[in-house]
Design a protein around this ligand. Structure first.
Ligand SMILES: Cc1cc2nc3c(=O)[nH]c(=O)nc-3n(C[C@H](O)[C@H](O)[C@H](O)COP(=O)(O)OP(=O)(O)OC[C@H]3O[C@@H](n4cnc5c(N)ncnc54)[C@H](O)[C@@H]3O)c2cc1C
Length: 456
């Protein structure tokens, strides 16, 4: 073998870091890497998950872009594993595949009424405001009172985007349809609900603090949630992050609720019971059971049932990975079963030759972008040392995969294509003093990338 041909499926941070680390790894053979993504543009959730008003985090794209711009990784966008290319195809053309397909769906919340009109998954809303090509362009923002279920950072992103005035997002990369949708929103009250107490939230301090800085939005907290038990007091005293979170919340409690046109309520100790519908099947209220601390850092139900009238509800209870054709899948955790990134058969725990995983599809949808780097290091160590389980491809030449995609009429985009789209989006933003304005429709993204039609 003169060259190890490796396919990486998923061009989010996990896929790009894996490619970079593999190229830099100490090894006794050459490597050639093809990076596939079903989207016409790379960067995964950094482009389509991180909120548009977090430009510092979005800026990680610049570091990922530097890796791709080095020119030693081929990029094939708009190629869906399972539709455009299969596991058999990969076996024909590569020695191994690394799946870095992340998690793009909402985890489910099994309570009655969750499928009513006006009940949404956070992931879909995030995709909408981040200009994802595969979600509808119009989002129904007609509710005055909204509930957001969850006490993690995605719940914060969703609540902030719902409560923030659209004009305060104008400096960001949001597409015009998102600005117009948010501008027309009549929302006055956003209620965030968590099952546990303020000392058990999964928010990070920086992201929480931002809520209190929103223009013309009052924070509303409830005294009944701050009667801390011993376990909460210990958590606050012993964990710096919990201590900072408590300080932020206590400060807000001292602030008078003013005359802002929008309010953001934080409710704790609230276990979801039901989304209540009206006679037309639309969301009308959120019903929950009040909980109390169980003295061990958890909560128990009190039996007291409450209801808040709302017209829309968003569940931000986590993301979930999707199964991949021909690859073992752990349905409970939404990941590829694996040992340190080496894929395993679910039942027998035996190694699946030639198949590796990294990022959120490897360890589940938790952790920051930086964590995908350490993940990739672990996986790549096994790829480099896994010669015994590599495939023996019949057609390993770099041209053969291009011929395959061409023969199937797949309109793939490449790195030059990304540069075209990038420059186009930057040019769209320039007249308005914005860093970029995202192009949303898939066809338009592809046409601009492939320079196939006049750019509007
Ligand atoms: C709403 C939200 C906000 C976040 N904000 C932050 C933040 O502020 N800071 C931070 O550090 N982290 C943040 N994160 C976490 C961060 O996004 C993840 O840690 C990181 O993106 C995981 O990387 P990944 O490469 O595993 O997955 P992803 O980023 O999801 O990339 C997976 C890629 O695989 C592609 N793919 C999937 N299936 C296929 C297929 N069948 N064929 C081809 N391609 C496929 C997808 O299109 C995607 O491009 C946020 C996450 C979310 C959900």
């Amino acid at each position: 073998m003169t060259k190890l041909r490796v396919a990486i499926v998923g061009a989010g941070p996990a896929g790009i870091y894996a490619a970079d680390i593999l190229l830099k790894a100490e090894r006794t053979f050459d490597v050639s890497i093809d990076l596939f993504d079903r989207l016409p543009a790379p960067y995964g959730l950094v482009r389509y998950g991180v909120a548009p008003d977090h430009p510092r985090i979005k800026g990680i794209i610049n570091a990922l872009r530097e890796v791709l711009d080095r020119g030693d990784i081929r990029v094939f966008g708009n190629v869906d594993f399972g539709t455009d290319i299969s596991l058999d195809d990969l076996k024909r053309h590569y020695h191994a595949v690394i799946f870095a397909t992340g998690a793009v769906r909402d985890a489910s919340l099994n309570i009655p009424g969750i499928d009513l009109e006006g009940s949404y998954g956070a992931a879909d809303f995030v995709s909408w405001f981040d200009g994802h090509p595969d979600v509808p362009r119009d989002w129904p923002l007609t509710a005055k009172s909204v509930a957001v279920i969850g006490n993690g950072n995605v719940a914060l992103d969703v609540s902030r985007m719902l409560a923030k005035h659209a004009d305060d997002l104008l400096s960001t990369e949001i597409p015009p349809n998102v600005y117009e949708g948010l501008k027309a929103s009549p929302v006055t009250d956003v209620h965030v609900f968590g099952r546990r107490g303020p000392a058990q939230v999964k928010f990070t301090p920086l992201e929480l603090r931002e809520l209190g800085e929103l223009n013309d939005v009052d924070m509303v907290l409830y005294d009944e949630d701050f009667d801390y038990d011993e376990a909460s007091r210990t958590a606050i005293a012993s964990n710096k992050q919990v201590m900072v979170i408590d300080k932020i919340l206590q400060k807000w409690r001292e602030r008078p609720v003013g005359n802002a046109s929008r309010r953001l309520h934080l409710h704790f100790y609230a276990r979801p019971i039901e989304v209540v519908g009206d006679e037309n099947g639309n969301v009308a209220a959120f019903r929950y059971e009040r909980t109390r601390p169980d003295a061990a850092g958890g909560v128990v139900g009190t039996g007291e049932i409450r209801e808040v009238p709302i017209q829309a509800i968003y569940r931000a209870v986590g993301y979930f990975g999707s199964p991949l054709d021909g690859i073992p899948f752990d349905k409970k955790h939404g990941v590829i079963p694996n040992r340190e990134g080496v894929a395993l058969h679910k039942a027998s725990n035996e190694v699946v030759p030639g198949v590796y995983a990294t990022g959120w599809i490897k360890r589940g949808p938790v952790g920051l972008i930086g964590h995908t780097k350490s993940d990739a290091m672990e996986t790549i160590r096994h790829v480099v040392n896994g010669e015994g389980s590599w495939w023996s491809p019949e057609a390993p030449s770099e041209q053969s995969v291009i011929d395959l995609l061409d023969s199937r009429g797949v309109k793939y985009t490449d790195l030059d294509g990304w540069h075209n789209l990038d420059q186009h989006e930057i040019a769209l933003g320039e007249p308005h003093g914005r860093a970029r304005v995202k192009v949303v429709p898939r066809d338009e993204m592809i046409a601009i990338s492939r320079a196939e039609s006049p750019v509007a």
